[in-house]
Write a new protein. Structure first.
Length: 719
C-alpha cells in the first residue's frame, strides 16, 4: 500500500527547488496575543454547537405545564427518530442456546440471536432458580470492555441483580466480546472496542445511517427475546448499563416504550458539557445532527417522563458531573409537571468512571421498587465466572463460528441503496440535478457564506531565490485569522495560484511545489486552512483518533451539521477576497489542491464559482470509495460529508463546474492507492459527457500516472 506521505516524498524528490534546510514559516509566532491556535478547528465547531445549545435552552425556558411538556416530548421523539434513522422491519430472531451453566441459585443460558438477518448477537440469560410466577427482567448493556458482559465489573452487577430475583439478559455490543469485526491473520483483534465502533461507524455516517441505529436495534431485539421467555413478566422490564452501556441504556429506553424502568450509569451529561470537556465520543454515541435539530442528551430522559429513571453518576467521571446535574435539574421540571417528581432519581458517588457499591445498592433499590420485586438492596459478594465459561461459541468469536454480517457489511448494503438512489436522481435529469447541486452541497456540508471582508494583517517579508515571501493573517469565517504565505516573483506575476496543501503551508513551500510555481512567474498564496498546520494538531479529546486522524472532531461536525469541510470552503472564499484586495484588482486565480483538500477545492469551485481553473493533485476520486473499502485510510474522513452517499459525489462537483478548466493528477482511492483506471473512467464518464455537452471537452484533463508533477502542472497552466 502506498500512502500519500510516501507518494509526496517520491514526488518532490524530482522537483528542482527543494531546500536542504527546512524553514519555519509560522505566522502566529510573531503575534503573542493570539496564543496557541492549534485547536482552532474544534473551537469553531464548538462555537456553532453553543449557538444551537442556547436556542434549545430558550425553548425550554417556556415550558411550564404538563401540556407544554407533552408537546415538547412529542417534538423530541420526532427529532430522536431523525437522529437515529428508521429502524428495519422485525425479522425472526432465530435464537440458539449453545450451553447452560448451573450455579447455586440461578442458571445461565448461553445463546445468540439475529437482530437482523445474519447479524448475530451473542448473549447470556441469567435466570434465578425457584420462586413462583413470572419474574421481572432487566436488559444489561455493557460498556466498552473488550470482553463484553464478561468483565468482572459487569458480572458483579449482573449477578447481584440475579441474586435479588431478577432475570437478566446481558449481550455483547458489536465490536466487543464475541462480536469482534476486525481480526488479524492470527485471529486477534486489530482495534480496541471504541475503534471497532468508530472505524466502520464513520463509513455508516457517510452513508447517512448513524451507527446508533444498529446499537439501539440490537437492544430492541434483545427486549423482544426477553418477552418471548416464559419466565419473564412483560409488564416488569428494566434496563441498565454503564459507560457505553449507559449510552445504549438511555437510547434504547428512549425509543422502546416497553421498558418500565431505566437506570443509565456513568454516561448522562449534556452535549455542552461533553463538548467542553472530554469531547465527542465514539461513533455510536453521536446522534446525527442532534444539536442542529435541537435535541440534547438530556432529551433521552425527557421523552420518558414520567416513567421511572435513575441516573447513576460519579463526581469524577469522564462524563461531566455538572452536565449530569444539569440533566437532572432540567428533567425534574418535566417530572414535576406530570405530578410524579419521585420517579426521577439521581445516585451520586465520589469516584471516577467506575461502578461503586453505593451506586449498585441504589440501583437494586430502584429496580426493587419500580419492578415490584421487594427485598434487601444490600450488595452481595459474588463468585465470578472465568471469561471463557461464558463464551457462547467454541472459540469465543461468532465470526469464527458462523458467517456473520458486520457493521461494514451492513453499511455496504446501505451504501448500495443510497448510491442507487443517487444514480436514479442523475438519470431523471442530470442538468437539473447539477443546477440544484450547489444548494444540496450547502445544505449537506453546513456551509454559510461569510460576510465579505478584506481584513488582513501584514506580518513581514523575506527574500530567497530571487522572490519574496510575505506573511499574512487573514480574517477567517469566525473569531480567528488564517495564516498564509504570499510568494511573489521578482517581476509582475502572470496569474495567482491558491495552493491548498493538506500537509500545511510550511511543507508546501519547503518541499518545492510552491517554489517551482513562483520561479515560473506565478503569484502563489499558500494558507493553513482550519485543522492544518498552525491551525491544526491541538485537539486531544475524544476516543476515535485512528491512524492519527482525530475523527472525534469530525463527529462534532455531525452533531452540529457544520463540517470541517464547510469551514474550509468558507475560508477559501475569504482567501479569494484577500487575493483581489492585495492585488487591488480581480485576478485570474487557479485553485491547486494537494491531497485530501481536493474535496474542499471542488466544493469551493462549485459553491463559490470564482476559480478560473482548478488542479487536483492526488485527490480522492470519489466519496463512494470511502464506504466501499473495508480498510480505508482515515485521513480522507476530515474532508468527507456525512450523509453524502445518496445526495452527490465528487464527480458531480467536477461536472457542475464545467466548462471551467479542470485537471486531475494521480487520483487515489480510499486505500490511498492509485485508483484503477477502468473504475475511474466509469465513475467520471458523467464528467466527460458534461464537458462535451458544454462544447469544451478539452477542458477536462486527467493524468493518472504523472511522474514529473511540476512540469505537468506548468505545461497545463501555460497551454
Amino acid at each position: 500500500m502506498r500512502t500519500l506521505c510516501f507518494a509526496f516524498i517520491a514526488l518532490f524528490s524530482m522537483l528542482p527547488f527543494v531546500h536542504a534546510q527546512k524553514e519555519d514559516f509560522n505566522v502566529y509566532d510573531y503575534w503573542n496575543y493570539y496564543g496557541d491556535m492549534s485547536n482552532n478547528l474544534y473551537e469553531q465547531l464548538y462555537a456553532v454547537a453553543a449557538e444551537q445549545v442556547n436556542r434549545r435552552k430558550l425553548q425550554l425556558s417556556g415550558l411550564k405545564t404538563k401540556d407544554d411538556w407533552t408537546r415538547y416530548q412529542s417534538g423530541a421523539k420526532e427529532k430522536l427518530q431523525k437522529t437515529v434513522g428508521q429502524f428495519p422491519a422485525k425479522t425472526p430472531l432465530n435464537p440458539v442456546i449453545t450451553g447452560k451453566i448451573k450455579r447455586d441459585g440461578f442458571i445461565v443460558e448461553k445463546l445468540y440471536f439475529e437482530s437482523r438477518p445474519g447479524y448475530y448477537v451473542t448473549a447470556a440469560l441469567f435466570v434465578p432458580a425457584g420462586g413462583k410466577g413470572k419474574k421481572p427482567a432487566i436488559l444489561y448493556c455493557s460498556g466498552h470492555s473488550e470482553n463484553g458482559f464478561r468483565s468482572d465489573d459487569y458480572q458483579t452487577s449482573i449477578m447481584n441483580l440475579v441474586k435479588k430475583g431478577f432475570v437478566v439478559l446481558a449481550f455483547d455490543p458489536v465490536g466487543q466480546g464475541e462480536r469482534i469485526q476486525y481480526l488479524d491473520g492470527n485471529g486477534q483483534a486489530v482495534f480496541g472496542p471504541t475503534h471497532e465502533h468508530s472505524y466502520p461507524g464513520t463509513q455508516s455516517f457517510i452513508s447517512g445511517m448513524p451507527p446508533a441505529n444498529y446499537f439501539i436495534w440490537d437492544g430492541i431485539r434483545a427486549i423482544d427475546y426477553l418477552l418471548g421467555r416464559k419466565e419473564v413478566d412483560s409488564q416488569r422490564i428494566g434496563i441498565t448499563g454503564r459507560s457505553g452501556g449507559g449510552t445504549q441504556c438511555a437510547c434504547i429506553a428512549a425509543v422502546d416504550d416497553r421498558i418500565v424502568a431505566s437506570a443509565p450509569e456513568c454516561y448522562l451529561t449534556t452535549f455542552d458539557m461533553l463538548l467542553r470537556s472530554r469531547g465527542p465520543q465514539d461513533a455510536e454515541q453521536i446522534l446525527m445532527y442532534a444539536l442542529e435539530e435541537g435535541f440534547d442528551i438530556s432529551d433521552l430522559i425527557a421523552v420518558r417522563a414520567p416513567k421511572p429513571v435513575l441516573m447513576i453518576t460519579t463526581t469524577r467521571d469522564i462524563f461531566s458531573i455538572q452536565g449530569a446535574r444539569d440533566v437532572f435539574n432540567e428533567n425534574r421540571a418535566a417530572y414535576a409537571a406530570y405530578g410524579q417528581p419521585e420517579n426521577l432519581l439521581m445516585a451520586e458517588d465520589d469516584e471516577e468512571h467506575v461502578n461503586t457499591k453505593k451506586n449498585r445498592e441504589a440501583l437494586h433499590a430502584f429496580f426493587q421498587k419500580h419492578l415490584g420485586n421487594p427485598g434487601s438492596p444490600e450488595d452481595e459478594a459474588v463468585e465470578l465466572f472465568d471469561e471463557k465459561d461464558l463464551w457462547v461459541t467454541p472459540a469465543g468469536q461468532i465470526q469464527k463460528y458462523l458467517p456473520s454480517e458486520t457493521l461494514f457489511s451492513l453499511n455496504e448494503k446501505q451504501a448500495t441503496a443510497m448510491l442507487e438512489r443517487l444514480q436514479a436522481k442523475r438519470a431523471l435529469s442530470y442538468p437539473a440535478f447539477l443546477k440544484d447541486l450547489r444548494q444540496t452541497a450547502v445544505r449537506m456540508t453546513g456551509y454559510r457564506k461569510p460576510a465579505a471582508t478584506a481584513e488582513f494583517i501584514f506580518s513581514g517579508r523575506w527574500w530567497r531565490n530571487g522572490y519574496a515571501i510575505e506573511k499574512y493573517l487573514v480574517k477567517g469565517s469566525g473569531n480567528y485569522f488564517i495564516p498564509l504565505l504570499r510568494l511573489l516573483p521578482a517581476g509582475d506575476a502572470k496569474e495567482t495560484v491558491l495552493l491548498l496543501d493538506d500537509r500545511g503551508k510550511s511543507v508546501a513551500v519547503n518541499e518545492g511545489l510552491a517554489d517551482g510555481l513562483v520561479q515560473e512567474g506565478f503569484e502563489v498564496i499558500v494558507p493553513d486552512l482550519n485543522g492544518i498546520g498552525e491551525l491544526g494538531g491541538g485537539y486531544s479529546g475524544g476516543d476515535a483518533r485512528i491512524q492519527d486522524t482525530p475523527m472525534n472532531v469530525w463527529y462534532a461536525g455531525i452533531l452540529t451539521r457544520k463540517t470541517p469541510l464547510a469551514l474550509r470552503v468558507e475560508e477559501t472564499g475569504l482567501l479569494l477576497d484577500f487575493i483581489n484586495a492585495v492585488n487591488d484588482r480581480e485576478r485570474v486565480v487557479t485553485g491547486l489542491s494537494c491531497g485530501t483538500l481536493g474535496a474542499e477545492l471542488l466544493h469551493a469551485a462549485a459553491i463559490e464559482n470564482r476559480f478560473d481553473r482548478i488542479v487536483l493533485l492526488h485527490p480522492l476520486y470519489s466519496f463512494s470509495s470511502l464506504v466501499r473499502e473495508r480498510n480505508y485510510r482515515t485521513r480522507f474522513v476530515m474532508s468527507a460529508v456525512p450523509g453524502v452517499t445518496g445526495e452527490y459525489d465528487l464527480p458531480d462537483l467536477c461536472a457542475a463546474i464545467a466548462p471551467r478548466k479542470t485537471f486531475l493528477i494521480n487520483p487515489l482511492n480510499a486505500l490511498d492507492e492509485k485508483v484503477d483506471a477502468d473504475l475511474f473512467n466509469a465513475t467520471y464518464a458523467i464528467v466527460k459527457d458534461r464537458f462535451t455537452q458544454t462544447g469544451h471537452p478539452q477542458n477536462f484533463t486527467v493524468n493518472t500516472d504523472a511522474q514529473d508533477i511540476l512540469r505537468e502542472i506548468l505545461r497545463w497552466l501555460n497551454r
